[in-house]
Design a protein around this ligand. Structure first.
Ligand code: AMP
Ligand code: MN
Ligand code: MN
Ligand code: MN
Length: 282
């Protein structure tokens, strides 16, 4: 159900385009958002703001409010955490320099992943994945290539069999620190939001420590309603948000129209008692 069912304005504050691992161009993404009844859309590509200009142009044409965003890859105590930045100024050079560094790490990691596929007799996978990428090479591109080649039946299976932590072709990486990511987002005039917090499977103690670190660095909010969360997880996240005085965000984490579980603009409304991240937006 779209959150427009319960609130007058439909927000979707987490989505991807071909500027990272989404399959729609920024223009196609914004047009689909408008068709789906989204009023306010954030484009939050992994480690890149390259889609902003195109998306903002089409948003102005179709009368949709565009929020320039980012999803930054962070390592916190050796764990991969995604931090979304909302309303970031893509012209902020310190952030852009940081993102260039992250994309270079992605490239290096892709070569290492490619070497692992080579070792198991699949030497073409690296080139195949890179050919699908557009500046930000992601494990998703490896997965898409494996699906296209008929090696696996879908992207999930590619992760399960080869790409996720502990599997044959997984390669770890030290991404940005939490301090760096938040300083870039804040320097760019944005708000920092923890992406899909229930997905990290941290113990309660560790998750609280993480949220306290995040808050101490000026983090603004957490995604409460998102396609990774079931209703129980959303309620749990709403409780954390209330207790730690964090704002609540919503986002589909849309990547592709073929994903039936993450449709653009279709996110449950926030549970009662949440203060939305947009409460003081102009
Ligand atoms: P990367 O940022 O290159 O490490 O790739 C992470 C991206 O892969 C995420 O943003 C998701 O889009 C996708 N992804 C991660 N795990 C899975 C999974 N189990 N099934 C499908 N897609 C996944
Ligand atoms: Mn992704
Ligand atoms: Mn993510
Ligand atoms: Mn995402």
């Amino acid at each position: 159900m779209g959150n427009k069912v319960l609130s007058s304005i439909c927000y979707d504050l987490h989505s991807h385009s071909t500027a990272s691992d989404g399959i729609l161009s920024p223009a196609e993404l914004v047009r689909l958002a408008a068709e789906n009844g989204v009023d306010v859309l954030a484009l939050t590509d992994h480690d890149s703001t390259d889609g902003h200009v195109e998306a903002a142009g089409v948003a102005a044409e179709v009368g949709l409010q565009f929020v320039p965003g980012i999803e930054i890859s962070v390592s916190w105590r050796k764990r991969l955490i995604h931090i979304v930045g909302l309303n970031v100024d893509g012209g902020y050079t310190v952030m852009q320099d940081g993102l260039v560094g992250l994309r270079a790490k992605r490239q290096q990691r892709a070569e290492q992943i490619g070497a692992k596929f080579d070792k198991i007799g699949m030497p073409d996978v690296y080139d195949g994945a890179c050919a699908l990428a557009n500046g930000v090479v992601s494990r998703s591109h490896f997965a898409m290539y494996l699906v296209a080649q008929g090696v696996v039946k879908d992207v999930q299976q590619a992760f399960k069999k080869y790409l996720q932590k502990g599997k044959r072709c997984y390669v770890g990486c030290e991404w940005a620190s939490l301090e760096e990511a938040l300083s870039w987002i804040h320097g760019a005039g944005g708000q920092a939001v923890v992406a899909h917090p229930a997905r990290y499977k941290l113990s309660r103690t560790l998750f609280r420590e993480f949220l306290l670190d995040f808050k101490a660095l000026g983090g603004a909010g957490i995604e409460v309603s998102c396609s990774s969360h079931n209703l129980e997880e959303a309620r749990q996240m709403a409780k954390y948000a209330e207790e730690l005085e964090l704002l609540a965000s919503v986002g589909s984490d849309f990547h592709s129209p073929h994903n039936t579980w993450a449709k653009l603009g279709y996110v449950h409304a926030l549970p009662e008692g949440c203060q939305p991240i947009w409460h003081d937006w102009k």
